[in-house]
Design a protein around this ligand. Sequence first.
Ligand code: HSE
Length: 324
Amino acid sequence: MNNSEYVKAFAPATVANVCCGFDVLGFAMDQPGDEVWARKSDTPGVTITAIEGITGLSADPNENVIGVVALKMMADLQVQHGVELQLHKGMPVGSGLGSSAASSAAAAYAMNELLGQPFTTEELVVYAMEGERKASGSAHADNVAPSLLGGFVLVRSYEPLDVVHLGVPVELYCTIVYPQIELKTSLSRSILKKEIPLKKGIKQWGNLAGLITGLLKKDYSLIGRSLHDEIFEPERSVLIPLFNKAKAAAIGAGALGCGISGSGPSLFALSASEETAKKVQQAMVDVYTNSGIALNTYVTQVPEQGARLLEQPIYQSAQKHEVL
Ligand code: HSE
């Protein structure tokens, strides 16, 4: 069975939370993303034979998210043969761009294809969530669901899991600025208070409802008015250098809103046009100029499609992205 063709899957980076939707809202990006290649093997269990584009990740299938996802799928389906996996990282870890989610989603997608498509893409979300549990100690779905499904995705409920695919109802451009410090999701979650004051809760669910309504009604003003997070952003933003200045610069340059991407340290800003998104990018980059902090930055649309199969590998090493 060795040396058979690899199934190659790509899954994109994602922005989770989107300000007011902590753990329940996320959207996919065009780029960057991760690839997982999978093929059958005579060696029982899961073997990770290559990890490219990044150093320091474990190749132990019980420690690497792609192995964890594959092992869970094989156990549930009682797969007898072995599987060989390769991970090609196109994005840094600890960036707030859903790095572990992209690997987990690509693994679930590649494995599903290799095993004859026993699951729908929606059904793969629970498997990819196992990768998130491994990476951060929390099986949140607001990165893996949009990475698998594309567009915007609402996680209406975790128990039972109810994932609502909103697609891309309105044209939006996303500016990402990643100040290159590593911030682990587990740390960024551990500092959060466990209780929410009622007043702040009321604001937050008003904004979440407003944001989703704004997306569906294509109402940019409502989207802009709703992109706020007064609960988690104040607690987390202290971990992100120059956050307040960069956010103010983004809004000043015309962004509809700006916040922390996932658990940080990346910032995201949404704009109604590509031209504005590029101005926003420049304004945010200017804030970091001469700060001694290296940046990765992207301007991306929200794509309809999430994880997909590849004929040709498209990954670029996470270490090769342009540093401004
Ligand atoms: N919703 C998660 C969090 C996303 O904010 O911790 C992590 O990328």
